[in-house]
Design a protein around this ligand. Structure first.
Ligand code: GTP
Ligand code: MG
Length: 142
């Protein structure tokens, strides 16, 4: 078993998709071991997405990720990072496979409904960015 980190992005929260997306996540066998609704500050979004700071879309990305509340969560499953990337689908919903979360709920490559960590290392970094140890529930509770 290992972990990945996800955020339901502002467009998905605003459109009322928290419930349907969490249902897909549960149905795919992921356990939610930490979760909160929060809002990124500009500095927070810049830090979280700093690997993209030289991309032409960085300004739009930060603006979008700070425009409203998000839902952050840590998920447990065997092969969590890779399997979750499959479940969410391609970055651009136009390229996402049928049945994936982005195919079902994303608007565009920019407003694409959900984030999933791209490596175990980044999953740990991103989880620590949003949650303290006391906020992560694992082992005896599940
Ligand atoms: P995340 O799970 O959010 O990290 O998405 P990803 O790993 O599928 O894509 P990537 O890390 O390459 O890009 C991070 C985020 O930047 C994407 O999810 C989009 O929200 C945004 N993004 C990526 N490419 C573009 C683009 O060409 N235009 C715009 N406006 N946003 C983009
Ligand atoms: Mg990424």
């Amino acid at each position: 078993t290992n972990r990945t980190f996800t955020m339901l992005k502002p467009d998905a929260v605003e459109k009322g998709y928290i419930g349907p997306i969490l249902e897909k996540i549960n149905a795919a066998g992921f356990k939610i071991v930490a979760m909160k609704m929060t809002r990124l500050t500009t500095a927070g979004a810049e830090e979280f997405y700093k690997i993209h700071k030289d991309q032409p879309f960085f300004g739009d990305l930060v603006k979008y990720m700070t425009c409203g509340p998000i839902v952050a969560a840590i998920l447990e499953k065997e092969n969590a990072v890779e399997d979750f990337r499959v479940l969410i689908g391609a970055t651009n919903p136009a390229d996402a496979a049928e049945g994936t979360i982005r195919k079902l709920y994303a608007e565009s490559i920019g407003n694409n409904a959900i984030h999933g960590s791209d490596s175990d290392e980044n999953a740990a970094i991103e989880s620590a960015f949003h949650f303290s140890g006391r906020e992560v529930f694992s082992g005896k509770f599940f």
